[in-house]
Structure formats: structure tokens, C-alpha cells
Design a protein around this ligand. Structure first.
Ligand SMILES: [Zn+2]
Ligand SMILES: [Zn+2]
Length: 143
């Protein structure tokens, strides 16, 4: 039996994360993109505020427990992932970005080592919300 940990088949996790109740847990074995805030109306309603999306390559996101992972198919090409037990917002996928899954940065276990670099759909932010002037903000989709 090989007990040498350096011979492990598992790639080291870049990050781990999960939902509020712990039923959904995941790890990311590759790089994570810096965080893009999305203030579009579906993201605002889905998260209750706005989407804080990092992103990983599809193959780099390993869902370790997914019994309560559910998907809201918002359009034929866009879906949002969440925990059906506690309601946590977790993932976002779109057909026009077939290689990546967006991950809510707040569901990552800190420290994330990430920075927020851009906000999009700033024109759709609700009136109560004050956009951060230090974050580059596009009125609609990514410039
Ligand atoms: Zn949960
Ligand atoms: Zn959005």
C-alpha cells in the first residue's frame, strides 16, 4: 500500500466552498477568475442583492456533495445553481460561456485571494444600492 502523500492522485485544491447549511460542498482544483459583480435584474433577485461571480473552468470545479444542489433554468441557455435546503446562491452557467462555471465568491471558504475588478449591469442596480466608485462599472454587459 502506498502511503506516501506525494503520490496522491488528487490535485491540490485551489479553493473550497459550499452553501450555508453545508449540504453542497465543492472544491476548485484550477485557477479562479477575479470577481465580477453583476447587478442585472435576474442576478439581483436570485441573490437578493447582486452576483459576486468568480469563475472556474468546468473541469476544475468538483462538486463533492450535491444532494441538495438544484438549478433554476432561467432561459434555455442560462441557469443558476443553488442549495434547495438552505437557498444559498452558488453557481451560474451560460451556453455562450461553455467552458466555465461562475461561482458566487461569498460561497468560497476564505481567504479567497481574489479581488473584485469589475461591475456590470450597473444601470440595473436597485435604487437603494450605492455602487462602489472604486470598481470599474459598465452600465450593461461586459465592455
Ligand atoms: Zn445548503
Ligand atoms: Zn447578472
Amino acid at each position: 500500500m502506498d502511503t506516501d502523500p506525494t503520490h496522491s492522485e488528487e490535485p491540490a485544491a485551489r479553493a473550497t466552498g459550499g452553501c450555508a447549511c453545508g449540504s453542497v460542498r465543492y472544491r476548485v482544483v484550477g485557477e479562479l477568475r477575479d470577481v465580477i459583480n453583476c447587478h442585472c435584474e435576474p442576478c439581483r433577485r436570485f441573490t437578493g442583492h447582486f452576483m459576486t461571480g468568480t469563475a472556474a473552468a468546468i473541469g476544475d470545479l468538483v462538486i463533492e456533495s450535491d444532494d441538495t444542489l438544484a438549478w433554476w433554468q432561467r432561459t434555455p441557455t442560462v441557469r443558476y445553481g443553488f442549495c434547495s435546503a438552505c437557498g444559498s446562491s452558488l453557481f451560474w452557467e451560460a451556453h455562450d460561456k461553455p467552458d466555465t462555471t461562475s461561482i458566487t465568491a461569498g460561497s468560497l471558504d476564505p481567504p479567497t485571494g481574489l479581488a473584485t475588478t469589475l461591475a456590470i449591469f450597473g444601470a440595473d442596480a436597485s435604487d437603494y444600492h450605492r455602487l462602489d466608485p472604486e470598481i470599474d462599472t459598465a452600465p450593461y454587459d461586459r465592455p
